[in-house]
Design a protein. Structure first.
Length: 255
């Protein structure tokens, strides 16, 4: 069979994706010089012949990997710019950061005028970037979609869920009882992400998720939505270190 020309390759071809993913894993593990077509075949569980039908030499495979990385970077940049002008995260179909801030502002205004408690929970996936480097963008995207689906199953229908960063999500809730905004109330979310693996094309993978939250009421001057979200995001480092849902006390911050 004649060798395919690189420029004619279809990046939606499942076999091509397997080859590029395997090649990328080998380069990350061994470096370009020590990566061979045989090693790529072994890692990807492919035949050498199937690789050579797409790439006639290792140099062509490396060029393909670099080109895909460049295209992925451009696509992510374009998506980020587009997301800034709308309210939906295309990958997960959740709201994006702009949407989260709009809804958080709505809840804060509601609390200010009618009372109640506004609770913001930020969830970060500590090992998502690491898994993406090891297993490729496709698996990373599968995990993000899986996280979104699981969060939707675990929260109340009235709660707001949004993807607010590459590896972070936010949940905004309006409560009447202060106890509903304590870390213990969100343990089901913490356990639901950390204790149950996610099914991907590379098998079942476990995540290390951290959570931080802050609850505010109209008994104290209320913060702006962006300020509140950013203050909670900063506490993710403590959440990762302790493996607990970290509570941020707004009154203590103001003091």
């Amino acid at each position: 069979m004649p060798q395919r020309q690189f420029n004619a390759l279809n990046y939606s071809d499942p076999m091509l994706v397997r080859i590029l993913d395997a090649g990328e894993q080998c380069i990350l593990r061994f470096g370009i010089r020590r990566t061979s077509m045989g090693e790529v075949a072994r890692v990807g569980k492919l035949s050498r012949g199937s690789i050579y039908r797409y790439f006639g030499a290792k140099e062509a495979l490396v060029e393909g990997i670099i080109r895909r990385q460049q295209e992925n970077f451009l696509n992510r940049t374009e998506a980020k710019l587009e997301n800034e002008s709308n309210l939906v995260d295309k990958l997960t179909s959740l709201g994006n950061r702009r949407y989260a801030l709009q809804r958080l502002s709505d809840v804060l205004r509601n609390v200010e005028s009618r009372g109640g408690i506004c609770c913001v929970l930020v969830l970060g996936v500590q090992n998502l970037e690491e898994l993406g480097r090891k297993l490729g963008d496709t698996v990373q995207q599968e995990l993000l979609r899986g996280i979104a689906r699981r969060l939707q199953q675990l929260v109340r229908p009235t709660d707001v869920i949004a993807r607010v960063g590459d590896d972070t999500f936010a949940i905004v809730t309006l409560a009447e009882d202060p106890q509903d905004c304590k870390p213990a109330s969100f343990k089901r979310l913490h356990d639901g992400l950390n204790l149950k693996a996610f099914k991907t094309s590379e098998g079942y993978l476990s995540l290390r998720a951290g959570m931080a939250l802050c609850a505010v009421s109209n008994k104290k001057p209320l913060p702006q939505a962006a300020e509140l979200l950013e203050r909670v995001e900063v506490q993710l480092g403590d959440a990762y270190a302790t493996n607990l849902v970290t509570e941020v006390r707004w009154a203590a911050i103001e003091a």
